[in-house]
Design a protein around this ligand. Structure first.
Ligand SMILES: NC(=O)c1ccc[n+]([C@@H]2O[C@H](COP(=O)([O-])OP(=O)(O)OC[C@H]3O[C@@H](n4cnc5c(N)ncnc54)[C@H](OP(=O)(O)O)[C@@H]3O)[C@@H](O)[C@H]2O)c1
Length: 276
């Protein structure tokens, strides 16, 4: 029975009740032979969302990516479910901020206190949280058969993309994702010898309802960013569905291997450096 620990299954790419489409939790648990453990901050809410699936291979546990002690406690819960082993981790939880999503640094810098808080929050959740998560769970993964630790990253962390298309948007978020890409590489450097694959996969631009309630001004800024995406990828028609993204990401994860030199890489849901 392959076991999966997936973080951030309360909504979005984890469990997209908003989209009424498959997301990581639904998709992976649809195979009854998989044991799927979802880590969330609010168990009651998530249990209510997944209850209609009526699947006894889903387990929801409580943990906050910002709180080391809470993550430490989840190791015991996971061990109890899987008898001390773990095959796969999908580090999907992430802070996706709205305040800093459209404006360039110079504008964000007009509120230095808020910019500092935003940068620190992003680092704490998207980078430090995942590093602690991996350190805590690698001992279980070493005892498992899957030995794959997937981090959901973002194409926005691509330096060339940012510079070539003047993509100044989402700067603090992009920095956190780029930092985590390096953490993935460092974990790979440490655990290659043990046969564990660490991989950062960008899910593409995915509709999880994040643009549903934009103000007119924000909608205009989104169009500015959209034009840059279009210049980069002329075929780009807008965000893909969670179902399209999750299937693609899982296929890339499944096909990736140390033998094929995928360890520590930063790639997209298309399995390469094409982000859209
Ligand atoms: N959607 C896209 O277009 C896109 C593109 C590139 C990369 N990504 C990446 O894909 C992943 C999922 O994103 P999404 O679009 O599904 O975003 P989302 O709808 O904002 O969901 C984020 C998830 O992360 C969880 N989370 C945030 N902070 C947490 C914390 N401190 N402790 C535990 N869980 C926490 C949230 O839980 P709560 O409900 O408790 O807040 C939620 O389940 C993220 O890593 C994101 O960076 C998304």
């Amino acid at each position: 029975m392959p076991s999966y620990l997936i973080t951030g299954v309360s909504r979005g790419l984890g469990t997209c009740s908003h989209c009424k489409q498959f997301a990581f939790l639904e998709h992976i648990s649809s195979d009854a032979s998989n044991t799927v453990i979802g880590l969330v901050r609010n168990i009651a809410d998530t249990n209510a969302k997944v209850a209609p699936l009526n699947r006894n291979n889903i387990h929801i546990i409580e943990g906050d990516m910002k709180d080391y002690e809470s993550l430490k406690k989840t190791v015991e819960s996971v061990s109890a479910i899987t008898s001390g082993t773990l095959d796969y981790i999908i580090a999907n939880a992430g802070l996706v901020p709205t305040w800093s999503q459209f404006d360039p640094f110079s504008v964000l810098g007009e509120d230095p206190k808020r910019l500092t808080t935003e940068l620190n929050e992003l680092f704490s959740i998207n980078v430090v949280g995942n590093i602690h998560l991996f350190n805590l769970f690698v001992p279980l993964v070493l005892k498992g058969n899957g030995k794959k630790i997937i981090t959901i990253t973002s194409g926005l962390a691509d330096l060339d993309l940012a510079v070539k298309y003047q993509l100044y948007e989402n700067a603090p978020y992009s920095i956190s994702k780029a930092a985590m890409n390096m953490a993935v590489a460092k974990f790979q450097a440490e655990y290659e010898k043990d046969g564990v694959l660490f991989l950062g996969i960008s899910p593409g631009s995915v509709n999880v309802g994040q643009f549903d309630n934009l103000t007119q001004e924000e909608a205009q800024k989104l169009m500015v960013q959209g034009a840059k995406f279009q210049a980069y990828a002329p075929h780009f028609q807008g965000p893909i569905t969670t179902e399209q993204s999750v299937k693609a990401v899982l296929s890339v994860a499944e096909n990736a291997s140390l033998e094929m030199d995928d360890g520590g890489a930063f790639i997209s849901h298309l399995g390469n450096k094409q982000w859209l």
